[in-house]
Design a protein around this ligand. Structure first.
Ligand code: ADP
Ligand code: ZN
Length: 519
């Protein structure tokens, strides 16, 4: 069978050898067994069911929630001479009848369709009348209520186990922590499935995360060492994308904007140029990336914080697909954090959903303020243990200095509390530094007991401290949108003197770099 699989890989797909777990997975599924596959994006999940589809008798049914990706795959298979079709709501009744006819005659090897389509009783009945090679359930994490891609229709896919007891099923995903994994197994009835967990580590990517001071200047300095390299710069808003692209062009760096607000022809044109030309920088919102397969993207830079570690991992993962050295660089600041937190607070959706999103954002913030190896922290989030610090991230390289911030944090918390839990960082810093300005005077805050108590520290230190308090969830933003800070339950132990606090010492570009301590 392996010989045959190898031949299909070569003759039809044009590749010389399988990657990672591919051949083991193909053997399992082609042999009639179930499989649960965890593989990072770009790892090569598609072949894991496409090759067994060609090895086995009958029709392979592929469930996918993303119509665009479905169409891409069908088109690609078509080009390779593999009979594949996608069923979607844009097809007219005649086309649908025609496809049904071809399916009945056994002329089609792979059928792609959305889950809600598959679980219609008529569709299931129809498929029961055909020889079925396998079911592939792509993006299987959509079955998890814990994840943010939850799709209720996925829940109904569990019935495939009873309706087609002899048909192998393979569930695939690129995002699944342990909890999501167990949910997939339970909901899709994959208790007997063999599990294939690939490492999510991308050893050729160097991670660096820096506090935002002067983002454009910092970006330029980063790009200066990467002249002529292709890369992606992610920004949160369309406006910022336009501004940064114009700024880079002005600075002599060839850059193109990409966001959902641009006319689709222009988007396609920019995308094509980025793929085909060398050394272009794409400045983009997250609208750019799905299905981008350019192997020699040398860097991914973030000027704004992603909403979750999953998003950060996906976006940075677009760098270095060719296995050569690549960089993931990010500048983050307090305003980003507050902005994302406010968006979350104001978003639609039930409490459960918000709680999940908040948890994900907190994990992202924690990575920014990490004091251990970034790669260890990132992989730990995906339940993968890296035994040793990686030696290939900013913290491993430069080290991190921590300091006992217990007293300073108490003072900062006290400033928030005594001023009424409604002011932003600027005003709080003014109070701590004893700045007797108009706003302070107007509010009478020069009479607060904490006024001027923080003079021993620089403004930048206080700002860094507030940011880390937010990142650690000791302080939260109010939800009315003015960026005022308030205390959370989490800061109680510290205020009561029951806990101490170690924080990162900022390495600002102004201050001399401290000597590295153990990371
Ligand atoms: P995923 O779905 O896991 O994100 P894909 O299945 O889209 O990944 O594969 C990513 C890329 O890697 C595709 O361009 C695919 O053709 C390529 N690829 C997959 N397996 C192999 C292989 N064994 N050898 C060479 N290229 C491969
Ligand atoms: Zn490291």
């Amino acid at each position: 069978m392996l010989d045959q699989a190898q031949r299909i890989l070569k003759d039809i797909f044009g590749y010389d050898s399988f990657r990672g777990n591919q051949s083991a997975i193909i053997q399992q599924v082609a042999g009639g067994g179930d499989a649960l596959v965890l593989m990072p994006t770009g790892g090569g999940k598609s072949l894991c069911y496409q090759v067994p589809a060609l090895l086995r008798e009958g029709l392979a049914v592929v469930v996918s929630p993303l119509i665009a990706l479905m169409e891409d795959q069908v088109a690609a298979l078509d080009e390779l001479g593999v009979a594949a079709v996608g069923l979607n709501s844009t097809l007219g009744p005649d086309e649908q009848r025609d496809i049904a006819e071809r399916l009945r005659r056994g002329e089609i090897k792979l059928l792609y369709l959305a889950p809600e389509r598959l679980v219609q009783p008529r569709m299931l009945g129809f498929l029961q009348s055909l020889p079925i090679a396998l079911f592939a359930i792509d993006e299987a994490h959509c079955v998890s209520q814990w994840g943010h891609d939850f799709r209720p229709e996925y829940m109904q896919l569990g019935q495939l186990a009873e309706l087609f007891p002899d048909v192998p099923r393979i569930a695939l995903t690129a995002t699944a922590d342990k909890r999501t994994r167990e949910e997939i197994v339970e909901r899709l009835h994959l208790q007997d499935a063999q599990r294939f967990l690939s490492s999510f580590d991308r050893p050729n990517i160097f991670y660096r995360i820096v506090p935002k001071e002067q983002p454009r200047k910092q970006l330029l300095a980063f790009l200066a060492e990467r002249r002529g390299d292709a890369g992606i710069v992610y920004c949160l808003s369309r406006k910022r994308v336009e501004e940064v692209a114009a700024f880079l062009t002005d600075q002599g760096i060839p850059a193109l904007p990409y966001h959902a607000g641009l006319p689709s022809e222009l988007r396609t044109y920019h995308q094509r140029r980025f793929l085909n030309e060398e050394g272009l920088v794409m400045v983009a919102t997250i609208a750019f990336g799905m299905g981008i397969d350019k192997p020699n993207v040398r860097f991914v830079a973030h000027l704004d914080l992603p909403k979750s570690l999953e998003a950060y991992y996906q976006e940075t993962g677009r760098a270095g697909r060719d296995g050569l050295p690549a960089d993931a660089w990010m500048a983050y600041g307090l305003q980003d954090m507050l902005f994302l937190k406010q968006m979350l607070g104001n978003s639609e959706g039930d409490e459960r959903h918000k709680r999940v999103e908040r948890h994900k954002l907190d994990a992202m913030l924690a990575l920014c303020e990490e004091t251990r190896c970034r790669r260890q922290a990132l992989l730990a989030y995906f339940d993968e243990i890296l035994e040793q610090p990686c030696g290939h991230c900013d913290i491993c390289m430069d080290g991190v200095e921590t300091w006992d911030a217990t007293d300073a944090a108490r003072l900062a918390l006290s400033a928030i509390y005594r001023s009424g839990q409604r002011y932003g960082v600027g005003h709080l810093v003014d109070i701590l530094l004893g700045r007797d300005n108009d706003k302070v005077q107007g509010l009478g805050h020069q009479h607060l007991s904490v006024f001027g108590m923080g003079k021993a520290r620089a403004e930048s230190e206080w700002r860094s401290l507030f940011r880390q308090l937010v990142a650690r969830g000791l302080v939260d933003t109010d939800l009315d949108g003015y960026g005022g800070l308030r205390l959370t339950e989490g800061c109680r132990p510290l205020l009561r003197g029951e806990a101490s606090l170690q924080l990162r010492r900022e390495i600002t570009s102004k201050a001399p770099k401290p000597t590295a301590s153990a990371a």
